[in-house]
Design a protein. Structure first.
Length: 284
């Protein structure tokens, strides 16, 4: 009797394992393992098919075009403009997919992780059929829901469709400060797929829908797989960061360890909370 019970228990466990193995069948998913990088010579602008900065020609509304142009003037004068990342906050979406440093994609049955080396940015793409949550704290990377698609009907998934919402501000498209709307209602849709002729090439078609844009902005990014032994390194922005934000102004710490202006003719910070005699400061 005990032998029969043990046999039944073992058979049940094997059945569950086999069922789980089928549900976790890696042969159904594409091989995206490895280290993915921007191709050599590709700069860090959002639309890599166009020149950087003014050459991007983003489809901004008149209001946000004016904001961007004012930002470019501020950057030309030594300021940071509307690019918030100098204070070491994450790039956020969709800028994270510029992939300054390499990324790794880990595919699981119900979730796909996109791990971006720069600032240790982590994306969780839920592929278990869930809906967007009603109550969720916005974040720089947002909340992503994905769907695997078998485009050619060969029984193997070859494309991951993703929609990302619930994004936190401040964010910009790239270092030129191309702004996203302050309402934080950005929606980012993606199609990630491999090149059929070269499995070491990956594409990400990104469609950004945002109130700062007069129309959705569609760009396609290209990544190449690193075939040499993988080297991963930690990128912590706050290490050695010389920027100091006081109030709404950005200053720098000089080589002598003293505060210095970041822009020409920049006024010093308000020192009202310090003793002027002790610091030798002169009140403005």
């Amino acid at each position: 009797m005990r032998g029969s019970i043990a046999a039944i228990t073992l058979a049940t466990a094997l059945a569950l394992f086999t069922s789980g193995a089928r549900a976790h069948d890696e042969s159904k998913y594409p091989d995206w393992a490895g280290q993915w990088r921007r191709p050599p010579g590709i700069a860090n602008q959002f639309d890599t098919s166009k020149p950087p900065r003014e050459g991007q020609k983003p489809p901004l509304t008149a209001e946000y075009q004016a904001i961007w142009e004012a930002n470019l003037k501020d950057q030309a004068a030594g300021g940071q403009g509307t690019d918030p990342t100098y204070i070491c906050i994450p790039d956020g979406m969709p800028r994270a997919m510029n992939v300054i440093f390499p990324m790794e994609i880990v595919i699981m049955p119900k979730i796909t992780y996109i791990m971006i080396e720069y600032l240790s940015m982590l994306r969780r793409v839920h592929t278990d059929g869930r809906s967007f949550p009603e109550d969720f704290e916005p974040s720089f990377m947002g909340y992503s829901i994905g769907k695997w698609v078998d485009k050619d009907g060969d029984g193997r998934y070859d494309e991951l469709e993703i929609e990302t919402r619930l994004l936190k501000n401040p964010r910009a498209f790239d270092a030129s400060g191309i702004p996203l709307h302050e309402d934080g209602k950005t929606v980012v849709k993606e199609r990630i797929y491999q090149d059929k002729a070269d499995p070491n090439v990956l594409y990400d078609e990104i469609t950004t829908i945002d109130s700062a844009l007069a129309q959705p902005w569609i760009v396609t990014k290209k990544y190449v797989r690193e075939l040499r032994p993988l080297i991963w390194f930690e990128s912590i922005c706050s290490e050695g960061n010389q920027h100091v934000r006081i109030g709404k102004e950005n200053y720098m710490v000089g080589a002598d360890g003293l505060l210095m202006p970041a822009k020409k003719n920049q006024l010093p910070p308000d020192l009202r909370h310090f003793n002027a005699e002790a610091t030798g400061a002169v009140k403005r």
